[in-house]
Design a protein around this ligand. Structure first.
Ligand SMILES: NC(=O)c1ccc[n+]([C@@H]2O[C@H](COP(=O)([O-])OP(=O)(O)OC[C@H]3O[C@@H](n4cnc5c(N)ncnc54)[C@H](OP(=O)(O)O)[C@@H]3O)[C@@H](O)[C@H]2O)c1
Length: 251
């Protein structure tokens, strides 16, 4: 058996926000590494397309993580079909640009309900299902470290994710269950989320100038870091943050 396909053989891994971008690349790489993937997202067409791609190595469950009942329903389905999870990727997120001058509570709630409350309850409801030896990876952002125009609220939401994950990863409550928790923080990455920015040459170049490696990342590069943290290759790593950002957070 080659090493690549045996890395995650037999592991059942839930990935939120798997119908697009980083989550989708992660789901596909996990399958290549031998895992069974329970993918989730909201969009019906993209869910169906992904389920077809995953084939016998996975499934796609529709659910909105801003809705508590959807998280409960998804985790009940996982429990009924698989009994337990060996891995969890909390990736689903939204990133609307928000001017604080014009901020309204509806915009605030939409962002926080997904990035903060959704991430929190996905972890909390999955926790009873996580088997000894399981690994959980949150997807944060380097925006939680450094300011850019219009991204303060998003950065705040990802600051929560980073702190939450790092705390959980070193918490006796979690470690006594034999579970590791880490966070991957991407820098600017070409996905549907950033399509408007990457398609505008002025914005694209402005961002490239902020990155020591002078280019955008791709979803596959972020997925590789997630895969490492889900695998036994990172068995002594918990409470850590890996930035995948061409050096941006340190520039
Ligand atoms: N791209 C970047 O530059 C970048 C940088 C740093 C961090 N990140 C973070 O990386 C993660 C993935 O981003 P991406 O760039 O891959 O974005 P993307 O292509 O827009 O994908 C986002 C995914 O999240 C899902 N999602 C959004 N809201 C949801 C909800 N309420 N319930 C369930 N699923 C939901 C979407 O599912 P549906 O479309 O099916 O609803 C989609 O699968 C996010 O947390 C983002 O903040 C991205």
């Amino acid at each position: 058996m080659d090493r690549a396909t045996s890395l995650l053989r037999g592991r059942v891994i839930f990935v939120s926000g798997a119908t697009s971008g980083i989550g989708r690349q992660t789901a596909l790489k996990l399958v290549e590494a031998g895992a069974y993937v329970v993918a989730s997202g909201r969009d019906s067409e993209r869910s169906k397309a992904l389920a077809d791609e995953l084939g016998a190595s996975g499934e796609c469950i529709k659910g909105d993580i801003a809705q508590q009942e959807d998280i409960d329903r998804m985790m009940k389905a996982v429990a009924a079909r698989h009994g337990a999870l060996n891995g969890l990727v909390i990736n689903a997120g939204v990133a609307p640009q928000t001017s604080l001058d014009a901020l309204d509570t509806e915009t605030y709630d939409q962002l926080m309900d997904v990035n903060v409350k959704g991430a929190t309850f996905t972890f909390a409801r999955a926790l009873p299902l996580l088997a000894k030896g399981a690994s959980c990876v949150f997807v944060g952002s380097v925006a939680g470290r450094k300011g850019q125009p219009g991204d303060a609220l998003y950065a705040g939401s990802k600051g929560f994710v980073r702190a939450f994950a790092r705390n959980l990863g070193t918490s006796p409550d979690v470690l006594r269950r034999g579970i590791r928790v880490n966070v991957v923080s991407p820098g600017p990455t070409e996905t549907p989320l950033t399509a408007r920015a990457t398609m505008d040459p002025a914005v694209r170049e402005y961002v490239e100038r902020l990155i020591p490696m002078h280019r955008w990342g791709n979803a596959s590069e972020v997925a590789d870091a997630i895969l490492f943290l889900l695998s036994d290759a990172s068995s002594f790593t918990t409470g850590a943050e890996i930035t995948v950002d061409g050096g941006m957070a340190h520039a």
